[in-house]
Write a new protein. Sequence first.
Length: 174
Amino acid sequence: MTGREPVEATNLDRYDHPALLWSRADEALGAAMPSPAVTAFLGTVRPDGRPCSAGVGAVWLDTDLYFTSSPDARKARNLAANPACTFSVRLEGIDVVAEGEATRVTDQDTLRRIAAIYQEAGWPAKVEGGAFTAPFSAPSAGPPPWQLYRLRIATLFGVATAEPYGATRWRFEP
């Protein structure tokens, strides 16, 4: 693991299970994303304060989540007004909810690095003009280009759905 380590772990379990190890959530996220078999949900806030949720495909890299959006999509417009968001996913043996702020990525090295990860997973993303293009994407994604966003995690919750059970909150330095 080359990402950030949590600065605090709080056991949230009410049934006397010990706190979960951070490595369990980290490894589950790394093993599952990206994958077309894993559906994750991004929660954003509309300018009028109403919540919005959208399915996204994501990459877990160095304790950050990366996802794409059409610049015209509601989630991209919401993030432009308010970068606070959540990310929720059910993984093998653990449910995860992350909270943080998402910002658009325009750095060419990062774009190429994430495009290579998506390509390995079967999506032929290419970097063009500070975003991704490909011959296809999710049916609801709209036409290319698709911008890349990085969710910098502030807090992550894990609830084990397989032994060893438990529930833990991890906090990270900004």
